[in-house]
Design a binder for this molecule. Sequence first.
Ligand SMILES: [Zn+2]
Length: 103
Amino acid sequence: MARILILLAVVLGVFWWLRARAEARLAEHRARQAREASEHAAAGTPDVAAERMVQCAQCGVHLPQGDAIAWRGLHYCRRSHLPDESRTDGSNGSGDGSSGPRP
Ligand SMILES: [Zn+2]
């Protein structure tokens, strides 16, 4: 009977030790995440994961807005997906206010 109690105590001890270790790791992970988030906020750099996603008007693929080509209120993933009229536009500024196709 005493053996069973000792075994039970050992199992409980190991269980408690593993749980304490997991909690310590979780706390460390959360602290690191909070520190990185505050560094992002302090540096003023936008979080990459928070960047707005847009859809290509030609093929429908989703991509970050920073990588997309904006033209007349629509977004495109590459220059070849821009409509034909965008390439035949005059090069001396159409002046529609949008950022237009990149060179
Ligand atoms: Zn596309």
